[in-house]
Design a protein around this ligand. Structure first.
Ligand SMILES: Cc1cc2nc3c(=O)[nH]c(=O)nc-3n(C[C@H](O)[C@H](O)[C@H](O)COP(=O)(O)OP(=O)(O)OC[C@H]3O[C@@H](n4cnc5c(N)ncnc54)[C@H](O)[C@@H]3O)c2cc1C
Length: 504
């Protein structure tokens, strides 16, 4: 196990099995478990937050772990436990509540019977599930250090041009630690210090670790989360209460762009957990101007006359909501390099590189949550790294380039899908949203009528883990091309008809 002292990886036959992971989100914890399950030891994970289930109100959204994410939970033997703490997608029930209080409940139709059941659960519950697995079964192999930030990454040259890593971490109390891992894993999210350091090291030869940005209609939308009590009353009579495993879409009364708002609540298994209502609007929306709890109450009472706001929003929560900075949906982005190998001793005239750095999760691809693939793609990264390690017999000089070549084409396709698959769902521009819906339902209809010619919309295909992101993009682009040709033929036919009528 890595100690708090400087550690030199030199003696053991499997010296590469000295691992440091930065980031205790889904990607970092899952990577630690995957490596331990492969037989690796000496794995240390640094997480700057205080605990696995550390509560951050504006990061308390729900995940839907689909078949893609479950490839890894299956490998880790965790899918059954996952199912026990989640709401299955097959039981997704949505209640829509209008401003006049009328309610309509519907069960989501089964779109594809062959698709694996997916599971809804809060981010916190999923991260805790992974951490508890470490505590239960892998404590000897994995050491998780909370309240510890990676603050500096150095690459130093020792004998004969051989390079080694030196990582500086700082505990919350100011203690400094130094690590010299053979495998260094960056799972530290969108602002990854690991990727930024690799960008500096690599900048004279390429811009491969520079994030490439691709616009989307949903990027830069602002969000905040409003916490409501478990089973909160749905009206002022107090007769009807919310149910934990039901999703709610609560429409506001305002219709103008700067005030229109709705609350979205996703299902959860635990009846005692508070419910979280997501609010997602343009950055210039009135709701972001509310300065204190009085203004919060006034706005919400006017916007949601159907809800007993003063009963369900506590004064502390109203104040917290007003003070919270909230967050912004990121612009879809990816890094085209996913690994870095350090120079090792020359053996037989060639470089033997066994020390390396690898990036996974939001550190290499990040996008708004429209398609629910943030966590699933991160887990799939870990799954692909596992495959690359398997193929290369855990030789990092082969495994890390293999991981990049296997994964990068999918990362690129994923970002294109994130840009186009479902960006108008937040009703941020009603006309564009309607046009997008027409396109969406046309594809659904055509794919049902002529399945060999038209494929379903990307949003449906993405949830089928048997297709890679690349395959999905190819299918969707092919349907788009056919639709363009059809529209062209219809326009030409119409013009020909008009000309003939004029001639007659
Ligand atoms: C508002 C919002 C809603 C979302 N909704 C969904 C959704 O519905 N479905 C979905 O699949 N995805 C969603 N996502 C995306 C999803 O959260 C991410 O894709 C996923 O968490 C990626 O996991 P990760 O482990 O790569 O990164 P993260 O979850 O960001 O974890 C990174 C970890 O690294 C730690 N860290 C960072 N820097 C350091 C450092 N220097 N030292 C030590 N620790 C460090 C952080 O504290 C953090 O715990 C949403 C994201 C946002 C912002």
């Amino acid at each position: 196990m890595l100690t708090k002292e400087s550690i030199t990886a030199k003696e053991t036959k499997h010296s590469y099995q000295n691992v440091l992971i930065v980031g205790g989100g889904p990607a970092g914890l899952a990577t630690a478990l995957m490596l331990a399950k492969r037989g690796w030891t000496n794995i240390t994970l640094l997480e700057k937050r205080a605990a696995a289930d550390y509560y951050e109100p504006d990061k308390s959204y729900n995940y839907l772990i689909d078949g893609r994410g479950q490839k890894l939970t299956d490998f880790l033997g965790l899918t059954h436990q996952l199912s026990e703490i989640s709401v299955p997608s097959t039981q997704f029930i949505l209640t829509r509540i209008k401003p006049n209080g009328s309610r309509k409940t519907s069960k989501s139709p089964v779109v594809d019977r062959n698709r694996k059941t997916a599971y809804w659960l809060p981010r916190r519950a999923f991260v805790l599930l992974l951490y508890q697995e470490i505590e239960r079964n892998w404590q000897e192999q994995i050491n998780v250090l909370f309240n510890t930030s990676c603050v500096q990454i150095n690459k130093t040259v020792i004998n004969d041009g051989e390079e080694k890593l030196e990582i500086i971490a700082r505990e919350e109390n100011g203690n400094v630690m130094k690590f010299e891992p053979s495998l260094f894993v960056g799972c530290d999210g969108i602002n990854s210090i690991v990727r930024k350091t690799l960008k500096e090291w690599d900048k004279s030869t390429s811009d491969g670790f520079e994030m490439k940005y691709f616009p989307s209609p949903s990027s830069n939308l602002k969000y905040k989360v409003l916490s409501l009590p478990p089973n909160f009353p749905l009206d002022s009579t107090g007769k009807e209460h919310s149910v934990c495993d039901t999703a709610y879409s609560i429409r506001g009364r305002f219709t103008d762009r700067k005030r229109s708002v709705s609350l979205g609540l996703l299902p959860q298994k635990n009846p005692n957990e508070p419910r979280r209502a997501n609010i997602i609007r343009h950055p210039d929306h009135k709701i972001w101007e509310l300065k204190n709890s009085e203004e919060v109450y006034k706005f919400f009472e006017q916007a949601f006359p159907q809800l007993p706001i003063s009963q369900i929003v506590s004064p502390e929560e109203a104040e917290r909501f007003a003070e919270s900075e909230g967050g912004y949906f990121p612009i879809p982005q990816y890094s085209s390099k996913l690994h870095f190998l350090l120079k090792q001793k020359q053996v037989g005239g060639t470089d033997q590189s066994t020390n390396g750095v690898v990036l996974l999760g939001d550190a290499i691809h990040c996008f708004p949550p429209d398609i629910g693939q943030g966590v699933n793609s991160a887990l799939e990264d870990v799954f692909v790294l596992n495959e690359a390690l398997f193929e290369s017999n855990d030789d990092l000089s082969v495994a890390l380039p293999l991981y990049e070549s296997l994964r990068f084409p999918d990362v690129k396709a994923l970002i294109r899908l994130a840009q186009t698959a479902y960006p108008w769902q937040y009703n941020q521009a009603p006309l564009r949203s309607k046009l997008w819906s027409i396109n969406f339902f046309l594809r659904v209809l055509l794919s049902r009528l002529l399945p060999y010619i038209f494929s379903p919309p990307a949003f449906f295909l993405i949830q089928n883990h048997r297709f890679s992101y690349q395959e999905i993009l190819i299918m969707v682009q092919r349907t788009t091309q056919i639709l363009y040709v059809l529209v062209g033929v219809l326009i030409c036919g119409f013009l020909a008809l008009v000309l003939r009528t004029v001639e007659i």
